[in-house]
Design a binder for this molecule. Structure first.
Ligand code: IPE
Ligand code: IPE
Ligand code: MG
Length: 266
């Protein structure tokens, strides 16, 4: 079904403002505000996490229909282990439950799923579910969904530095060969270019250790809306705002999408 057919009036209006040729290919999202959303309603924080999952499902659909190719979402940071163990356990169980429930539909929609982060501390059952879901969807071509769990930008950079140090020590590479390209080849997100757009919900104006390398030149969109209240309309607003930006990359004139690709990524 064409996107326009399923949009409500407001969606339709917003959708008509979007230049379909300049939709960001890769959008990253810090899905924040689940706990506050629930607390404000007098509910346990877990309700916010549950609602957050259904919002993510909607946003995957919207992003894919709009022509985005990759969505990278922050679901659990390396710092989130400091939360009460009850909440951490709830989230770990939720990940496993949701993957089991949704993986068939994800596969049917030709979405490739990747889990980005250090998976070692997670229970074996979750690791197995993750491996199976990645194996099942690895050849899917229509859309990439990167879910960052136990992810930290600094930890990722240190991991790459360690890998290159080992390669240098073993003689596989020379220290003088280390450059941005080589560094990037060891990063955890392999299939996609850097996000053109980062969305953070719940009004916080920080990166919280997300994709420190990859966000170097991303446009940042912050909304006060809590993640459980985020929806198609809010996503379209973010895209419209992104399309109004003047992306100069240190230069003087804004680059069109095509020349941007040529000059920045080649
Ligand atoms: C984001 O919502 C989800 C995770 C970090 C797992 P929060 O749980 O951070 O919600 P707030 O920010 O406390 O409201
Ligand atoms: C960032 O949100 C991590 C995720 C959304 C998974 P946090 O709620 O953990 O970030 P801070 O603590 O507000 O910086
Ligand atoms: Mg938070």
């Amino acid at each position: 079904m064409r996107l326009e057919k399923i949009l409500s009036k407001e969606n339709l209006k917003l959708s008509s403002e979007i230049d379909k040729l300049r939709v960001p290919k890769h959008v990253a999202i810090i899905m924040d505000g689940n706990g506050r959303w629930a607390t404000k309603k007098g509910l346990p924080r877990s309700f916010g996490h549950n609602k957050g999952v259904s919002v993510l499902k909607d946003i995957i659909k919207v992003a894919k229909n709009l022509g985005c190719k990759t969505l990278t979402v922050y679901a659990f940071s390396t710092e989130n282990w400091t939360r009460p163990s009850k909440e951490v356990d709830f989230l770990i169980n939720l990940f496993e439950k949701v993957i089991n429930k949704e993986i068939e539909q994800i596969h049917k929609n030709s979405i490739k799923i990747n889990f980005i982060g250090d998976l070692n501390p997670f229970p074996e059952t979750l690791k197995l579910v993750i491996k199976n879901s990645e194996d099942l969807t690895k050849n899917n071509k229509d859309f990439i969904l990167n879910i960052c769990i136990n992810y930290g930008g600094r930890q990722e950079i240190v991991r790459v530095a360690k890998k290159l140090a080992h390669k240098s020590f073993s003689g596989e590479i020379q220290p003088s060969e280390v450059n941005e390209e080589l560094f990037e080849s060891e990063l955890l997100i392999r299939d996609s270019k850097d996000p053109e757009l980062l969305i953070r919900t719940s009004g916080e104006k920080r990166i919280s250790n997300f994709l420190l390398w990859q966000l170097a030149y991303s446009e940042i969109y912050i909304t006060d809306v809590f993640w459980p209240d985020f929806n198609e309309i809010e996503f379209l607003k973010a895209i419209i705002d992104y399309q109004s930006r003047n992306r100069r990359f240190g230069g003087i004139e804004s680059l069109s999408n095509d020349s941007f690709k040529d000059s920045y990524y080649s």
